[in-house]
Design a protein around this ligand. Structure first.
Ligand code: SF4
Length: 458
């Protein structure tokens, strides 16, 4: 891609901002959104029985804590801790599913973590059977989980397929041993290769690998070797995340050796090398930081401007509502965001007391709903059609966005957007700064302490 980004330009636009996995973003959500609000949202979903659901289950356990980790993870080596947690997930399911009006159809199921494959086979079987009892899970839907190759086995991969999982995401980050040591996650490439091959043998319809750029000791040459090795495996999709070093939010990151950290310009060029190598190898750059084989449905959806995103990631099949279970999980249903208690003990105690463990959330206003639609479409499909809001709300875009639309259009002078008669298009240059563009449409920004909470563009 022949696009020139200068260091001066990067310095000007590399500022803290949301990644817009939700709009309004999490800092805007309210602590006074409680159980009664969640029950009301579930009742709204129950009133629309034909709507399909997505279901997310958070499984927070890991054998050890990686220094760079930004997830909500709980370190344990004891299976009984997991059993006790599954008891609570079972109770939470038993409380929530009647409020949804019965056994609802699910088209997307995802287990995230933590490390979902920390569960042993009996625990996985138990959770699968609980979920099948609670929901009518579409066997043709996306049934996915995240897995850590360091603790996975070939046998376990086959067991997951037998349990009905058809998509899997393996964590890699970088294959360079020096980088792995610096981030406290040593994972020989042979381990990744073995598990990846097992996924192929077992017949997973889609295999994703996760990489991270901006880690200590990542160099142009070393990261290029990582990219070549990953391309050599041939995954369907690759997520290439920017490392956000925020030790004031994630104290475990204080263990990361920052002396070896690439500066902003080097980090940006690591990502550019990912774009160059993946696109040369037949992948499309999808969304902000994903790559998908050109014939993968994600790449096809992006080309057809119908890519969507929710808390589980990019998707081609957005369900009307996402219901989430487990500590710290986030649901998005009936125009509400709902987050569960993020502390394991408090989550379990609340469920034991027969209460839904919601601790914060937000019921979206009409303005929020419109902006959510616009920002999601812009971030996923890199355009803003002027009639985007009409099918849903019957309102023209300028009425919805007001001055935000003018501020967005003004980026034409910078070469970030092109204003066309029927839409604003993000240019290949502007794509690197799409978060900055979306921030112009965010009605809540500036009312929270972004520097504390958000990472930078690069
Ligand atoms: S990076 Fe993954 S495996 Fe490591 S501690 Fe975090 S959730 Fe667990």
């Amino acid at each position: 891609m022949d696009v020139t980004v200068t260091q001066e330009m990067l310095a000007r636009y590399n500022k803290p901002g949301p990644r817009y996995t939700s709009y309004p973003t999490v800092p805007v959500w309210r602590d006074d959104f409680g159980e009664a609000d969640y029950r009301a949202a579930l009742a709204d979903v129950a009133a629309a029985p034909a709507d399909a659901l997505s279901v997310y289950v958070h499984l927070p356990f890991c054998a050890e804590r990686c220094a760079y980790c930004g997830c909500n993870a709980t370190v344990t080596r004891r299976a009984e801790v997991v059993d006790a947690y599954l008891d609570r997930v079972e109770r939470e399911l038993a409380m929530v599913t009647p409020l949804l009006g019965g056994r609802r159809r699910v088209v997307q199921l995802h287990w995230g973590g933590g490390t979902p494959n920390f569960l042993n086979y009996a625990q996985m079987q138990r959770l699968v059977s609980l979920l099948h009892g609670a929901f009518a899970i579409d066997s043709c839907g996306e049934i996915s989980l995240e897995a850590d190759p360091r603790i996975g086995t070939v046998e376990q991969i086959h067991q997951m397929r037998e349990l009905g999982f058809n998509r899997i995401s393996l964590g890699v980050q970088d294959i360079d041993p020096q980088v792995q040591r610096a981030i406290g996650r040593v994972q020989p490439f042979s381990q990744t290769e073995t598990l990846y091959s097992a996924c192929r043998e077992a017949g997973f319809a889609s295999v994703n690998l996760d990489l991270v750029y901006g880690l200590p000791y990542q160099t142009a040459e070393g990261f290029s070797n990582t990219l070549a090795a990953i391309i050599g495996l041939g995954p369907d999709r690759v997520a290439c995340f920017s490392y956000a070093h925020v030790p004031w939010v994630k104290p475990n990151q204080k263990q990361v050796d920052v002396t070896g950290m690439p500066d902003t310009w080097s980090k940006f060029n690591l990502f550019r090398s990912a774009i160059a190598q993946f696109t040369a190898a037949g992948y499309d750059w999808v969304g902000m930081d994903h790559f998908a084989q050109r014939d993968d449905e994600l790449a096809v959806a992006a080309r057809n401007l119908r890519l969507h995103r929710n808390f589980m990631g990019y998707t081609t099949r957005p369900a009307s509502h996402m219901v989430a279970f487990g500590m710290s999980s986030i649901g998005e249903l009936a125009d509400c965001f709902v987050q569960n208690e993020h502390h394991l003990g408090r989550y379990q105690k609340t469920v034991d007391n027969g209460r839904l463990p919601v601790v914060k959330g937000l019921r979206l206003t009409d303005d929020d709903k419109l902006r959510r639609m616009v920002i999601t479409h812009l971030m996923c499909n890199l355009e803003l059609p002027f009639d985007l809001t009409r099918p849903a709300y019957g309102l023209p875009l300028d009425e919805v966005l007001g001055e935000g639309l003018e501020r967005l259009a003004a980026y034409e002078s910078e070469g970030f957007v092109e204003v066309q008669p029927r839409r604003i298009v993000v240019t290949p240059l502007g794509r690197f700064f799409v978060r900055n563009l979306a921030m112009e449409l965010d009605a809540h920004l500036g009312k929270t302490s972004e520097k504390q909470i958000f990472s930078k563009t690069v």
